[in-house]
Design a protein around this ligand. Structure first.
Ligand code: FES
Length: 171
């Protein structure tokens, strides 16, 4: 099936198949593919965790982290558990509420009539990303890059939380 879908770009010599590679063989194939890319290219990777880790480790040597994208089959762990209660302000909606330790921002806002679009609800897809107006996010997702997390101006509301006692979102 995947071959069928790729047939159109395949004709342009853009698709290369690799079957039955050992881990070192996979790393060599990834390295070879990366070597052909300009430094400002975007890299998209989807697959088993060891493969994704290989791509990430090799890509970071030559591609900026915000240009390296991963799509996980599922989050590695329950990213929503743990943490403390904090005050949440949905600035545009005029809602101020508490997010207890056992609920997500999305769940609490929904209870207060504020609906945020979600898809994976595991910090994987980025659908629920919201701008942070103030407060420090406790990033739990695997979607944002390290640099984006460091900037602290957006977060995935399906799983991420606040490091402090208050978070103000642009919703
Ligand atoms: S819904 Fe997918 S990252 Fe939040």
């Amino acid at each position: 099936m995947h071959q069928y879908r790729l047939q159109e770009v395949e004709a342009g010599g853009l698709v290369h198949y690799h079957y039955g590679l050992t881990p070192p063989g996979t790393a060599a194939a990834v390295e070879s593919a990366l070597a052909a890319l300009p430094a400002d290219a975007h890299v998209y990777s989807c697959g088993p965790t060891p493969f994704m880790e290989t791509v990430g480790a090799l890509a970071q040597r030559r591609i900026a982290s915000q240009n390296v994208h991963f799509e996980y089959f599922q989050a590695a762990a329950d990213l929503t558990s743990g943490g403390h209660a904090f005050e949440l302000v949905a600035a545009k909606s005029g809602v101020t509420c508490m997010v207890p330790a056992d609920k997500t921002i999305v769940q609490i806002l929904y209870e207060h009539g504020v609906v945020i679009d979600v898809s994976c609800e595991q910090g994987v897809c980025g659908t629920c990303i919201t701008r942070v107006l103030s407060g420090e996010p406790d990033h739990r997702d695997v979607y944002l890059s390290d640099d984006e997390k460091q900037a602290g101006d957006q977060l995935t509301t399906c799983c991420s939380r606040a490091k402090g006692v208050r978070l103000v979102l642009d919703v």
